[in-house]
Ligand binder design. Structure first.
Ligand code: G
Ligand code: MN
Length: 327
């Protein structure tokens, strides 16, 4: 054996070896940059400790435990789970992807004046194995690790808040299952300190029905100062029942309703009715995914209050300036 080989750490790097030695493959699991940056936050330390303990105790082929609300949601959503080795690989991949997670910010502007209203923080990953937010969330759902991802996202998203000039608000996506995460309500959580400037966007990608006592959880969030948005209305999974459950301050119309709205009379009727309904209920309407001038003009004419989309600005690392879009 060469000196270089002898110097290698004795950490199993593949599933077969991990299975033989009864440990999980950990060669790629290092202290993520996200962890280092959020180290001073007690919530993050708790999260790291819990994750490390779980990783230490779990063998390479172990199934996740289903004894918490997040895991039981996952069980209800996924009849088919990845087995043993697949699961361990996915787990290691998600750890690795958490290393490169960063937040992009996209402006939301006032329809009437074009001035800045806030920014939506959007998860971005550089990891080729989980390159899109959808792939990232799908892995987290399968592994029952939505809390892990959500805690990192909330911590990272709130970091540049001191550079966001008031009264601009920060919109952050929250998976419905995160409503059961007690750290969301923790006084020491990074978002709690800035709650009055934060809008929590909830997509009913997961049915709110699997979450216990949604109204009282939302009421506790409101007491802390958070505002609530229903995200992706019209996308198929955000239904009207979430209006009653969440009593939102904002509703975000899905970009599928916005796309070619100027050419499609049915979409125009839907947007007009949704906007009127929201106005009647005191809810502010955001139209997302506006890409061309015709879509913007039609959306403004139909009465939407706030606009978001590539026409105005693409999501970027620093808070991007709002482009002066053509008239
Ligand atoms: O589900 P949610 O609405 O949070 O997702 C927003 C996603 O849509 C982000 O990934 C963002 O990059 C993307 N997005 C934002 N504006 C536009 C747009 O104008 N067109 C398209 N196609 N995507 C957009
Ligand atoms: Mn969103």
């Amino acid at each position: 054996m060469s000196q270089a080989e002898r110097a290698k750490p004795k950490v199993p790097t593949d599933i077969a070896e991990a299975r033989r030695s009864g440990t999980r493959p950990r060669a790629r699991f290092s202290q993520p940059p996200a962890a280092r940056e959020c180290e001073d936050k007690p919530m993050w330390r708790e999260k790291r400790a819990a994750t490390s303990a779980r990783l230490e105790s779990r063998s390479a082929v172990a199934e996740p435990e289903f004894d918490d609300p997040e895991a039981s949601f996952m069980r209800s959503r996924f009849a088919r789970r990845p087995e043993g080795a697949d699961l361990a690989h996915l787990d290691a991949t998600l750890d690795w992807a958490l290393d490169s997670l960063w937040m992009a910010y996209q402006p939301i502007v006032q329809a009437a004046t074009g001035s800045l209203f806030g920014y939506e923080a959007l998860l971005r990953s550089e990891d080729p194995a989980l390159p899109s937010p959808a792939a990232f969330l799908d892995a987290a759902e399968r592994l029952g690790r939505l809390y892990d991802v959500g805690r990192v996202v909330r911590c990272k998203a709130s970091e540049p808040m001191h550079r966001l000039p008031p009264p601009a608000l920060l919109f952050i996506n929250l998976h419905a299952v995160e409503l059961s995460d007690e750290t969301l309500l923790s006084p020491s959580a990074p978002l709690t300190a800035i709650a009055p400037r934060v809008v929590l966007e909830i997509t009913e990608r997961a049915s709110l029905e699997v979450i216990d006592d949604v109204p009282s959880r939302v009421a506790r969030l409101r007491e802390l100062g958070f505002r609530i948005a229903i995200d992706d209305l019209g996308a198929g999974y955000s239904g009207l029942t979430s209006f009653a459950r969440l009593e939102p301050d904002f509703v975000k119309l899905d970009m599928s309703l916005v796309r070619d709205v100027h050419k499609n009379p049915v979409k125009r009727k839907l947007v007009r009715s949704m906007t009127a309904l929201c106005k009647d209920m005191g809810i502010t309407v955001v139209a997302e995914g506006i890409e061309i001038v015709e879509e913007r003009d039609t959306i403004v004419e139909l009465g939407c209050d706030l606009l978001q989309g590539f026409l105005l600005a693409r999501p970027e690392r620093a808070f991007p300036e709002v482009r002066r879009s053509p008239s």
